[in-house]
Design a protein around this ligand. Structure first.
Ligand code: PXL
Length: 480
């Protein structure tokens, strides 16, 4: 995709990370030019601080737009959020119409309220006006409160059923959108995330994570900005949502763990590097190589070492990590495994090594002996892409299932495998020498069961793997 110029239309809350102070750094981090149109200037945002100043910039917008028009400027994307006054809604609509080109995408976050209430600065007419702006959107990113206010639905607290969310997607058809992403939604107690629908393809999905205690200001803007950055980088809706959830949840967790004053917004800055790397990796795409000799072997060994030293810190003692790496993942150990019949596959993106797996067929089953994803790239679907490759290989060889071992304390990995359809089969404790023991689960996955189409009467003999999956079994399900 060529250089894109985006216009972010939000307020500037000078202190308390939200709106433009969040949109600018996040969108810039993925190489998209982020111009700004401030709708109001506040000393702080309105949630939780007393006595904030508020300068409404409504009367500046038309002169600003006229100047831009005199420069023959257009924008490739608009991303609107918190508007400073009711009158601004039509002024911003008009600006979008005048300053668009044929390829312009309009992202609207109808920032108005949360948890069933409008923010105090908006009166009850505001949602009606905001609805008119939403009708211009290609991609709408509301929370349920905002959606309910605009659609005249009664707001209910979660968890929500799939049927309810389907009905909300249906109601939201009145906006004439291409895509909708609804934030802050849970389908079960203790989980929260986003649900999305692409109206053009019919694809629906959800990305859920464990809820973090407390209320965090500005997270809608962190999510919206990272979603817009990823979509504007040319990623699919599904990949963009996963990356944006990962970035937002990481920021919330850091804030929670540090005990910081939540009024100052979430600690998103340390996550920017991984966010931009994730966008870059999925933008460049993944290549697959089978590695049997040469430089691939030390590269795999180095990747394993980086992963163990980060992911297993605190789970496994450092001297055991060093011992494991030397015994099982040194270049020499990998060469020996290849000689013993293991196949190593390496996923790369541009110059970057992203993930590797090693497997061997053991009669009727595939044993996946290793599956590692680079630090900073977990949680965005790389493991499921790798498993898809391995499943394809099983199907090609007529092998009906696969299994792997995972450390019993590696909870994120266990949850990720469960989400992908693996079940725990048993516990094993394996002595590995020097007094160390590996404490693992064996997790298995049956390929046939997974791919039988509900209407397939052939007893599951025809695995269905390829081809577009229409609204797969209802929701694609990604959660940890
Ligand atoms: O993040 C939403 C937001 C944006 N701008 C201002 C706000 C809020 C939420 O409270 O007060 C000024």
């Amino acid at each position: 995709m060529n250089h894109r110029r985006l216009l972010a239309v939000h307020d500037i809350s000078c202190v308390g990370r939200c709106s433009l102070t969040v949109a600018l750094p996040i969108i810039s981090a993925v190489g998209v030019e982020c111009s700004v149109l401030p709708t109001a200037v506040l000393s702080t945002h309105t949630g939780g601080f007393k006595g904030f100043t508020y300068r409404d910039l409504t009367s500046d917008i038309v002169p600003v737009q006229e100047h831009w028009s005199s420069l023959d400027l257009t924008f490739d994307a608009f991303y609107t959020g918190f508007l400073g006054s009711f009158e601004q809604i039509d002024i911003v609509k008009d600006l979008i119409t005048k300053m668009s080109n044929e390829g312009t995408t309009v992202y609207v976050d109808p920032v108005m309220g949360d948890e069933g209430n409008l923010y105090t600065v908006f009166d009850s007419d505001f949602p009606k006006g905001m609805r008119r702006l939403c009708e211009m959107a290609d991609v709408l990113m509301p929370n349920l409160t905002e959606l309910c206010f605009m659609l005249g639905l009664e707001y209910r607290k979660g968890p929500y059923t799939r049927e309810y969310l389907e009905s909300v997607f249906k109601e939201a058809e009145v906006f004439g959108l291409k895509k909708i992403v609804i934030t802050g939604v849970g389908l079960e107690e203790g989980k929260v995330g986003v649900v999305y629908k692409d109206y053009e393809t019919g694809e629906t999905g959800q990305v859920m994570r464990d809820a973090v205690e407390g209320y965090y200001h500005g997270t809608g803007d962190v999510f919206g900005s990272s979603l817009v950055g990823a979509l504007e980088s040319g990623l699919s809706l599904r990949d963009s949502v996963r990356i944006a959830v990962e970035f937002t949840v990481g920021s919330i967790k850091r804030t929670h763990d540090s005990g910081a004053d939540v009024r100052y917004g979430v600690d998103f800055e340390p996550g920017l590097k991984d966010y931009s790397m994730q966008v870059d990796v999925l933008k460049k795409g993944l290549s697959v190589d089978a590695v049997s000799r040469g430089m691939g072997i030390p590269r795999i060994s180095a990747l394993a070492s980086r992963v163990w030293n980060e992911a297993y810190k605190g789970i496994v003692d450092q001297d055991q990590i060093d011992y494991m790496l030397e015994k099982y993942l040194s270049p020499k150990a990998i060469e020996q495994e290849i000689a013993d019949g293991y196949v190593f596959i390496l996923l790369t993106s541009g110059q970057r090594d992203v993930a590797f797996a090693a497997y061997r067929m053991e009669g009727e089953r595939m044993f996946v002996s290793k599956l590692y994803v680079e630090n900073g790239l977990r949680g965005i679907g790389i493991t499921s892409r790798m498993l898809k490759l391995l499943k394809d290989q099983c199907v090609r060889k007529g092998v009906g299932s696969m299994y792997l071992t995972v450390n019993r304390n590696n909870l994120p990995a266990i949850q990720a495998y469960k989400t992908m359809g693996f079940v725990i089969e048993k516990e094993i404790d394996t002595p590995i020498g020097n007094g160390f023991e590996m404490n693992d689960y064996i997790m298995g996955y049956t390929i046939r069961d997974r791919y039988v189409h509900p209407h397939d009467q052939t007893g599951g003999r025809r695995p269905r793997l390829e081809g577009p999956r229409r609204d797969p079994g209802f929701w694609r399900h990604v959660h940890r």
